[in-house]
Design a protein around this ligand. Structure first.
Ligand SMILES: Cc1ncc(C[n+]2csc(CCOP(=O)(O)OP(=O)(O)O)c2C)c(N)n1
Ligand SMILES: CC(=O)[C@@H](O)[C@H](O)COP(=O)(O)O
Ligand SMILES: [Mg+2]
Length: 642
């Protein structure tokens, strides 16, 4: 017997147009069914759960009242988009989400006309929606037409600089634009910062029951041109907590806060806004992350992301681990160094657990800073600390460090400040797909004068790299490591600083040298084993450093081998490019060295397991072996070429 929930109303919804005939009571029932379906689907796939459960009513109300895809509903981050996908013609594929050839875990333009704008990094929705509003008003061409532009943004995402840049611009342009602030008082971790406290104050004094009653006649709730009624309703809209809300000061009309799980509030407010709004308007909606599913509601992170789980017990079905995660190895190593050097501080941008800094925070709370979703600030803040005599470790995911690149160049590198970058989620990350791949950091850091750039080949190497960074006072230094478990290697008692710019010989061989940078070393070893059976014994070197390069080692490898192949978990322009540059400068190619560089291909690779993604990238052991055979001109079993 199927354990899937009974969903008679949802079964009749092929697209949002089917919801237009539903009564308010039916929409409320639809929300219940949508919630059950979301829980059921994510229990089979794993993925982002809590944020989606928190916006079930909002999703139903938006699709019932607005006219997507003509109206553009833009989900910030879009990790909360699963209910939206279910209602917009993708229910039949929802159980493929985040898997190879399945639905993306985020909104994606190429997936559906109901996803007008892709996302996965936060705080972009208001800018994008404002762009749609301007395109509408200037007559831009759109296959789906132009209607309302609606950004749905969380309280965590709203605290980022980019969201404020957009509010600032929108308040000035005065276009009709709808921003829905989905305030669940949660980011992934509890939200931090003064803006979060401000939002709390906004609703702390909200007379909810009065608001609920007033919402039934919601016209009187609306600000500016719509104000028709009671003084009380006007007060509600004007920002009772602080006199005039920050949003109003920026040129928005402000509605709320309203209970985002109560259709009796959501539906009339959205209907009135839809009918009457003229300029920019912000609707402040209060929700609960994980709403309606006990285990998610009770989880510390509101059920933000989950493995597959048992719906009844809520127990997650995680594969047993064979080795510590790189993240935890970093977190523990940093705590170790901090015990001996009280200048060491740590900075995370809203990812304390994801970066392992939760461990540091437990031991040294006064030296650990969660700055919220603010990577640009995180980098310059760390630069300031370094200039002030501290030794900050700025722990960011590779993909989110992209946000802070100018700060890395302008504030850290040019001033040669000793900021240590711990770059987690390097390389292909799996289910989060292309938006979260850590593909570019080696390329964009290795070209900066004075930067030291390292990649750990395994978890023991990571321990040494933390020690190297801790000992490096002469300018910025970065070390990268992937998502997930280590190789299961023996761990050192303590990290020992590495000699800057020196590679590590793994095995001496002949004919071909494999120069690996990062955790492809495991695949390189496997390729070498297989090549050994064919009578080819490659030299293997772990480069450790993309900058500075080990010139002596690389030139020796070039002199002593017929072929040299670099391998890295990064895009073109990184380690291999720097090696090629060195070889070209030194005239090595003139003497006929065969050189190949194995990098991530020049495409964005869709979600799959990391193993499958590396296969697509052409970088697993079999493909490394094939590359060696090809470059040496050795016939392959498949007989591709002699
Ligand atoms: C630039 C950037 N930094 C960090 C993240 C990681 N991240 C994803 S969701 C999230 C929390 C967002 O909180 P909020 O906007 O309040 O949404 P909620 O999950 O509470 O619905 C974070 C930090 C991200 N996606 N983008
Ligand atoms: C949506 C988002 O950006 C995060 O939730 C991300 O999916 C976390 O990734 P990890 O699971 O690698 O921490
Ligand atoms: Mg939130």
């Amino acid at each position: 017997m199927s354990n899937r929930p009974e969903t008679p109303l949802l079964d009749s919804v092929g697209s949002p147009s089917d919801m237009k005939r539903f009564s308010d009571a039916e929409l409320t029932q639809l929300a219940h069914e949508l919630r059950s379906e979301t829980v059921s689907a994510v229990s089979e796939t794993g993925g982002h759960l809590g944020a989606g459960l928190g916006v079930v009513e909002l999703t139903v109300a938006l699709h019932a009242i607005f006219d997507a895809p003509r109206d553009k509903i833009i989900w910030d981050v879009s990790h909360q988009c699963y209910p939206h996908k279910i209602l917009t013609g993708r229910r039949d594929r929802i159980r493929t989400i985040r898997q190879k050839d399945g639905l993306s875990g985020f909104t994606k333009r190429s997936e559906s006309p109901y996803d007008p704008f892709g996302a996965a990094h936060s705080s972009t929705s208001i800018s994008a929606a404002l762009g749609f509003a301007v395109a509408r008003d200037l007559g831009g061409a759109s296959e789906t037409g132009h209607g309302d532009a609606i950004a749905v943004i969380g309280d965590g995402a709203m605290s980022a600089g980019m969201a404020f840049e957009a509010l600032n611009n929108a308040g000035h342009l005065k276009k009709r634009l709808i921003v829905i602030l989905n305030d669940n008082e949660m980011s992934i971790a509890p939200p931090v910062g003064a803006f979060s406290s401000y939002l709390s104050r906004l609703y702390a004094e909200a007379p909810f029951q009065e608001l609920k009653a007033a919402a039934k006649g919601a016209v009187s709730l609306l600000p500016g041109p719509f104000q028709q009624g009671a003084r009380r309703a006007k007060d509600l809209l004007k920002g009772f907590a602080v006199g005039g809300t920050l949003f109003e000061e920026l040129g928005f009309s402000y509605v709320g806060p309203i209970d985002g799980h109560d259709m009796d509030q959501l539906l009339p407010v959205l209907r009135t806004v839809q009918q009457r709004a003229t300029g920019p308007i912000l609707i402040h909606v209060l929700t609960k992350k994980g709403k309606g599913y006990g285990p998610a509601e009770e989880a510390r992170d509101g059920g933000h992301a989950t493995a597959k789980f048992d719906v009844v017990s809520g127990k997650q079905k995680k594969a047993p681990s064979n080795a510590p995660s790189y993240t935890s190895v970093f977190g523990r190593a940093l705590v170790e160094h901090a015990s001996r050097d009280d200048r060491i501080c740590a900075v995370t941008a809203a990812m304390p657990d994801g970066t392992g800094l939760n461990l540091f925070n437990e031991r040294y709370p006064s030296r650990c800073f969660d700055v919220g979703i603010a990577e640009q600030h995180a980098v310059t803040f760390a630069a300031g600390m370094a200039a002030g005599g501290l030794r900050p470790f700025c722990a960011l995911y590779s993909t989110f460090l992209q946000r802070g690149y100018d700060q890395v160049v302008h504030d850290v590198a040019i001033q040669r400040l000793p900021v240590r970058f711990a770059i987690d989620r390097a390389g292909l990350v799996g289910a989060d797909g292309a938006t979260h791949a850590g593909s570019y950091d080696v390329a964009f850091l290795s070209n900066l004068p004075g930067f030291v750039v390292m990649a750990a080949a395994d978890e023991a190497e990571l321990v040494h790299m933390v020690a190297t960074a801790a000992a490096h006072d002469d300018g910025p230094i970065a070390f990268r490591y992937p998502r997930g478990e280590g190789e299961g290697v023996e761990m050192p008692q303590a990290g020992v600083p590495l000699e800057i710019g020196k590679a590590r010989m793994i095995q001496e061989g002949t004919r071909v040298a494999l120069l690996s940078f990062g955790t492809r070393l495991g695949e390189v070893r496997r390729a070498a084993e297989s090549l050994g059976a064919k009578g080819i014994a490659p030299t293997i070197v772990d480069a450790r450093f993309a900058k500075p390069l080990d010139h002596d080692m690389i030139l020796r490898l070039a002199r002593e081998h017929e072929a040299l192949i670099t391998i890295e978990e990064g895009a073109i322009g990184g380690f291999g490019s720097h090696v090629a540059q060195l070889l070209a400068e030194e005239g090595v190619f003139d003497s006929g060295l065969k050189f190949r560089s194995m990098v991530l291909p020049d495409i964005f690779i869709d979600q799959a397991s990391p193993e499958d993604m590396y296969k697509v990238a052409g970088m697993d052991a079999a493909q490394i072996e094939a590359k060696v055979l090809d470059v040496l001109g050795v016939a392959q079993i498949s007989g591709k070429r002699a």
